[in-house]
Design a protein around this ligand. Structure first.
Ligand SMILES: CC(C)(COP(=O)(O)OP(=O)(O)OC[C@H]1O[C@@H](n2cnc3c(N)ncnc32)[C@H](O)[C@@H]1OP(=O)(O)O)[C@@H](O)C(=O)NCCC(=O)NCCS
Length: 159
């Protein structure tokens, strides 16, 4: 029987190149729509991107979840984007999604991001509840963001 790790036994660490295949597998198991999934080559590019910060939840041999943020320089200053978070279905409900998201948000804040944004599938109630509990507010809906008929909600937070 597969054992479920307790959240306290799980550490959050920066993602590294050797994690790519495992993170792509977590995304494949986590999302219904192709447009939401980061595949291995996209993850590889993200991990090499100096504007990205990615973290992994590790509780045994394989990563249990991951999250990534991006910075963006705008005329109004440095903005941050929570770009993705996914927890393996077998490890959900243990607080890992919250810990990973908080880790990315504090890394973005440390880099100097004052305004934060994210996009989430408009019917993803679990993720929206998580983001609202972290201070994000619905800003606008974006039609066909992930694919035709798969709309997104953009949420924002002043950090
Ligand atoms: C969204 C996701 C990352 C949450 O990860 P998780 O580790 O299960 O979440 P946590 O245990 O940290 O719970 C965080 C919050 O999420 C919400 N949540 C978690 N499980 C929930 C459930 N079954 N029903 C309703 N809300 C739930 C709650 O607001 C919870 O806060 P609480 O602990 O104060 O109750 C996870 O469900 C997932 O990977 N989903 C598929 C991928 C995805 O949708 N990613 C986000 C889109 S960008």
């Amino acid at each position: 029987m597969k054992s479920t790790p307790r959240s306290q036994q799980v550490s959050i660490r920066p993602a590294r190149a050797g994690d790519v295949a495992a993170l792509a597998e977590i995304d494949r198991r986590s999302f219904r729509h192709e447009g939401e999934i980061f595949n291995a080559s996209r993850i590889r590019r993200l991990l090499a991107n100096p504007r990205a910060m990615a973290f992994v939840a590790e509780g045994g041999k394989a990563p249990l979840g991951w999250a990534v943020g991006l910075t963006r320089t705008t005329a109004g200053g440095l903005h941050g984007r929570l770009y993705g978070v996914a927890v393996d279905p077998a490890a959900r409900g243990l607080g890992l999604g919250r810990r990973l998201t908080e880790k990315v948000l504090s890394a973005l804040a440390r880099r100097g991001c004052r305004r934060l944004a994210l996009e989430v599938r408009i019917d993803n109630e679990v993720a929206i509840a998580l983001y609202q509990s972290l201070g994000f507010e619905p800003a606008e809906s974006i039609r066909d963001y992930y694919a035709r008929g798969v709309h997104a909600l953009r949420m924002r937070r002043e950090s």
